[in-house]
Design a binder for this molecule. Structure first.
Ligand code: NAP
Length: 249
């Protein structure tokens, strides 16, 4: 199994891509801690994984809180003995151009999407050092690579994640800690369900995707699994684009 004896913490793991990653990781032998603000969904995902023979525990995690992150890392180490993998996956999407974006919305998006990644990384590194190394996978977006007519704070937050990843990678490489970013295109998850239910929006996304389909959470989860595993042991500071070719043009 690809993650045998590994302990993984996945933020935003209650639903969407994070939950699919949690199931995939558990199926590959990892012990998984999922942290999220959505308690009911988190408990449901935890139960599903444990009932299917995996090992999973849900913790309430608000990624904007340093204390909350410390408790989640303590839970992983207390329950499973160590921490090897962190997936900074939690995020929110907001669609406003620059003039329409309020100062409050900017702060909320940056707090969750960018500061949340910083706080998670900061909390995980000491535990990973104790484990002799680790792998951090930060979920950015194609919106962290190219501009977007629909969003402003979101693209800024995902661009921040892209370069924060590279700084983390070079600062902790000698500790055996790798850090890479993942850049999904349009993926069908609860985050995008309402927008994609509008036919014009869905068609526009399809038209912009050379492979001619939208992504699934599994498409992204397999990339995250690879970066989390020892198969990617010579990769750090890299960007894995999973977008059906959207940014290739
Ligand atoms: P999702 O279904 O909304 O899942 C994200 C999870 O993070 C939700 O359970 C969400 O809860 C949670 N979350 C939000 N704020 C949080 C906080 N402060 N602390 C802890 N958890 C929090 O979204 P997804 O589509 O799976 O997205 C996962 C990641 O991929 C995000 O970082 C997103 O930006 C990125 N991404 C998504 C797409 C896409 O097309 N879906 C494309 C590129 C990148 P709430 O319901 O309360 O918000």
């Amino acid at each position: 199994m690809r993650l045998e004896n590994k302990v993984a913490l996945i933020s935003g793991g209650a639903r969407g891509m994070g939950a699919v990653e949690a199931r995939l990781f558990a199926g590959e032998g990892a012990k998984v801690v999922i942290g999220d603000v959505l308690e009911d969904d988190g408990r449901r995902t935890e139960a599903e994984i444990n009932e299917s023979g995996g090992e999973c525990v849900f913790v309430r995690l608000d990624v904007t809180s340093e204390e909350s992150w410390q408790s989640a890392v303590n839970e992983a180490v207390g329950r499973f003995g160590k921490l090897d993998i962190l997936v900074n996956n939690a995020g929110i999407y907001r669609t406003h151009n620059v003039v329409e974006t309020s100062s409050e919305e900017w702060d909320q998006v940056m707090d969750i999407n960018a500061k949340g990644v910083f706080l998670g990384t900061k909390a995980a590194i000491p535990a990973m050092r104790d484990s002799g190394g680790g792998s951090i996978v930060n979920i950015s977006s194609v919106a962290g690579l190219v501009g977007n007519v629909l969003s402003s704070a979101y693209t800024a937050s995902k661009g921040a994640v892209r370069l924060f990843t590279k700084s983390t990678a070079i600062q902790y490489a000698r500790d055996g800690i790798r850090c890479n970013s993942v850049h999904p295109g349009t993926i069908e998850t609860p985050m995008t369900a309402a927008m994609l239910s509008e036919e014009a929006y869905r068609q526009d996304r399809l038209n912009r995707t050379p492979l001619g389909r939208l992504g699934t959470a599994e498409d992204v989860a397999y990339g995250v699994l690879f970066l989390a595993s020892d198969e990617a042991s010579f990769m750090t500071g890299s960007e894995l684009v999973i977008d059906g070719g959207r940014t290739a043009e």
